[in-house]
Design a protein around this ligand. Structure first.
Ligand code: SF4
Ligand code: SF4
Length: 87
């Protein structure tokens, strides 16, 4: 199986791991991932459950993701799931 790959500055290949899921149950809406993402893939949204209105980070443009995993590294609650994408 072949995955989408990128080229580093030194010319070597790497396999990006693109954003797939963000657990709103784990998210504390701290905004760290939003600040880390340079490609406007994320935004805060609100939802309601039995405990009332809550805010969580949402994936708003996964197609813009370059697979850098900066969001996951910034997240203190391990909310993200990333994976390579088939070419
Ligand atoms: S992997 Fe990188 S580009 Fe993709 S959502 Fe996370 S920070 Fe943004
Ligand atoms: S860094 Fe993690 S906990 Fe903070 S807003 Fe992003 S997904 Fe939620």
């Amino acid at each position: 199986m072949a995955f989408i790959t990128g080229i580093r500055k030194n010319g070597k290949e790497w396999t990006p791991k693109f954003i797939f899921e963000l657990s709103k149950e784990s998210c504390i809406a701290c905004g760290r991932c939003f600040k880390a993402c340079a490609y406007a893939c994320l935004a805060l949204e609100e939802y309601e459950d039995d405990d009332g209105e809550k805010t969580y980070m949402s994936i708003v443009d996964d197609g813009a993701c370059i697979g850098c995993e900066a969001c996951a590294k910034a997240c203190p609650k391990s909310c993200f799931t990333h994976a390579p994408v088939e070419a």
